[in-house]
Each structure stands twice: as structure tokens, then as C-alpha cells.
Write a protein that binds this ligand. Structure first.
Ligand code: KG4
Ligand code: ZN
Length: 349
């Protein structure tokens, strides 16, 4: 089975071809970043994102098929990110996918971008359901039990900012470029994580929810108080921020691990996904947490944690295998929770 995947939900135009003939394989995986287009504005401009997706998509699709050595007639389906995300970009990607599906008479799959992050560990490591997932990206921070394709139970979510946002906003305060996660991680390598005490919210509290807005305020106060002058100050602040974010993620994930362990004797894995799961310090700490609980730890390689087309193609492939295609008038969803009951979750106490 060969599936073309298109990702345009934010500021990356990504196209991939994934196959599964016994073993999953990524046959092409192209990511065109829009960093330069948005840089002058200090953030992502939705209208510019949509227009830039439109500009690059046709070429990327042609190159992906070329790289995979496949013609349109050899595809078994076309998948596109249909939400959550910026509506203009979602429309560009899904309309391109629907056009190809219509012209080639292949099935179309409207993929939930969060489900694509959630299923990537099955593409890379064939992880079996159920597994516990820490999904941490620029727009989301969630702990979920992945029970099957299309079946997710949310244990916790953020009460304010997402983990990636905490990295991005802190980086901006330090004068570091977007995206803030990699910029902070790189400086943190040379810094002292104990120099600046920063808040660890909700510690010891029930539930598995996250909160990052207090951290942002504390970083702003620190920066205002002493005006970090040299690279060593920035490195120490970066290390302190990274440590605070990791501590908070670990504290909440440890609670979810205990809850999961008590209820899922079959589940054997803790999985991390989303852009923040590319963070080396977070990954190494999650290895320890999983080992202590007797769980395997699985995180896709960093390039498959940040947004990419392979995860969309793979989610499409998983759904097509179950006969879950979508009609050509399927809508896009700027908001699209994985767990429909997530607004009134049964949270562990
Ligand atoms: O999954 P993703 O590519 O896009 C969304 O779906 O949001 O995640 C992007 C986020 C950004 O906030 C970025 O700063 C963060 O992931 N990120 C990282 C690292 N690489 C990307 N955060 C911490 N450490 C990293 N190495
Ligand atoms: Zn993402």
C-alpha cells in the first residue's frame, strides 16, 4: 500500500510517500520550512502561511512522487492534514489532496494532525496498542492513552500555554530566534540549570494537567531584573528554562504512568511525540521514567517529531487499512480534539 501525505496545518509545507508491504517504509519525505517568510513579523502570519503553502505544494508533490519512484496510478490513497491548525493552510492542503484523489479515483483521508503525531511511533517502531502518549508540540500538550486508530482517551491537557509555546515565548524573551525549542536546547548545553530557580507548577497536585504560563512570567521577570548580558547568562537561563519545562513534563507524565500501569496490564510503552519530543534532555529523562515503571520508551527520530508529511501519510495508511476513507466534501477543523469527551475528562486523582 502506497499513500501520499500532505501537511499544511501550520508553517511547514510537507509532503511524503509512505508504503507498507509487510514493513512500513518512508519512500519520500520533504519539508519546506516557511521560517524566512514569517521572520520579519516575529510570529506566524496565517495568510502568508496559506499563500506560501500554495506556492510550494505542487512542486513538492511532484518531487515526492519522483523520489518515491511512483506515479499517481500507483498510489492507494491521498491523505492530508484536516485540522487542528490554521484554516487557510488546511484548506490549501486538503483541496490539493482532494483534487488528486478525484482525478485518480483514489480514496481521500482527512487526517487529524494530532492523531498523525500519535501514530508516528507505530510507523517507526511498530508500537502495539494500547500505549501511553505524551504529545507535546507548539500548540498542544496532552497525555493520552492510545487505544486504537481513532480511539484516544485524554488524561491531561494544558490549562494555558503548550510546552512548545513555553519554549518559543521564553526564547523570544531571551532574544533567541524562532522556533525557540531548538535555540534554547542548544544554549542549554553550555548552561547551569540550577542558577535561576523557576517555578514548577502543580507539583504534587492531582490530575495530569499542565500549566506553563507562570514560567513565561517568571522568565520575563528574571530578564527584566538583571538584563542578561553575555552568552554565559543566556546559557544559564536557557538551561534553567529547559530544566523547569522538563521537570514539569516529567512530574505530570509520572502520574499518568502510574494511572496507566494500574489499568493497562497489556500496555508496554510510553511514547513521546510532537516537536518538543525532539528535545534531547526530555527524551533522556523519559527513558529513565519509563524504565523505572517497567515500560519501553519510544520516541520517533527528531525529524519525525516535528511536523512532517510522513506522519500524515502513515495516519492515512493506518485509516485506509481499516476502510476509513473520507468523502471529498469532508470539512477542515481549526479545532479537533482527539478525545471527544476531552472537555469533561475523567482525570486520574
Ligand atoms: O509538532 P511541531 O513541529 O508543530 C506543532 O504541531 O506545533 O512542534 C513545534 C514546536 C515548537 O514550539 C518548537 O519550539 C518545538 O516544537 N521544538 C522543540 C525542539 N524542536 C522543536 N522544543 C524543544 N526542544 C527541541 N529540540
Ligand atoms: Zn505538529
Amino acid at each position: 500500500m502506497n499513500v501520499l501525505g500532505i501537511e499544511t496545518s501550520c508553517d511547514e509545507t510537507a509532503v511524503a510517500v509512505v508504503s507498507d508491504d509487510g514493513a512500513p517504509a518512508i519512500r519520500a519525505n520533504l519539508v519546506q520550512s516557511q521560517l524566512a517568510e514569517h521572520a520579519p513579523y516575529g510570529g506566524i502570519v496565517p495568510e502568508i502561511a496559506a499563500r506560501t503553502h500554495l506556492e510550494h505544494l505542487e512542486r513538492l508533490i511532484a518531487t515526492a512522487l519522483d523520489t518515491a519512484g511512483l506515479g499517481y496510478d500507483e498510489l492507494d490513497g491521498v491523505a492530508a492534514s484536516a485540522g487542528p491548525g490554521l484554516i487557510g493552510g488546511l484548506i490549501v492542503g486538503t483541496m490539493a489532496a482532494k483534487g488528486i484523489a478525484w482525478a485518480t479515483k483514489k480514496p481521500f483521508v482527512a487526517v487529524n494532525h494530532l492523531e498523525a503525531h500519535a501514530l508516528t511511533a507505530r510507523l517507526t517502531n511498530k508500537v502495539a496498542f494500547p500505549y501511553l502518549l505524551l504529545l507535546v508540540s507548539g500548540g498542544h500538550s496532552q497525555l493520552l492513552v492510545c487505544e486504537g486508530v481513532g480511539s484516544y482517551r485524554q488524561l491531561g491537557t494544558t490549562l494555558d500555554d503548550a510546552a512548545g509555546e513555553a519554549f518559543d515565548k521564553s526564547a523570544k524573551l531571551l532574544g533567541l530566534p524562532y522556533p525557540g525549542g531548538p535555540a534554547i536546547a542548544e544554549r542549554a548545553l553550555r548552561g547551569d540549570p540550577r542558577r535561576f530557580p523557576l517555578p514548577r507548577p502543580l507539583q504534587g497536585r492531582g490530575g495530569c494537567d499542565f500549566s506553563f504560563s507562570g514560567l513565561k512570567t517568571a522568565v520575563r521577570d528574571r530578564v527584566a531584573a538583571f538584563e542578561p548580558g553575555d552568552d554565559a547568562d543566556i546559557a544559564d537561563l536557557a538551561a534553567s528554562i529547559e530544566a523547569a519545562i522538563c521537570d514539569h513534563l516529567l512530574d505530570r507524565t509520572a502520574r499518568a504512568v502510574r494511572w496507566f500501569r494500574d489499568r493497562h496490564s497489556k500496555g508496554i510503552a510510553l511514547v513521546a511525540a510532537g516537536g518538543v519530543a525532539a528535545n534531547a534532555r526530555l527524551r533522556s529523562r523519559l527513558v529513565g521514567l519509563a524504565a523505572d515503571a517497567g515500560l519501553d520508551f519510544v520516541a520517533p527520530p527528531p525529524a519525525l517529531c516535528t511536523d512532517n508529511g510522513a506522519m500524515i501519510a502513515w495516519a492515512g495508511l493506518e485509516r485506509l487499512r481499516l476502510g476509513l476513507a473520507d468523502p471529498l466534501d469532508a470539512p477542515v477543523h481549526p479545532r479537533w480534539p482527539l478525545d471527544p469527551a476531552a472537555w469533561a475528562p475523567k482525570r486520574p486523582r
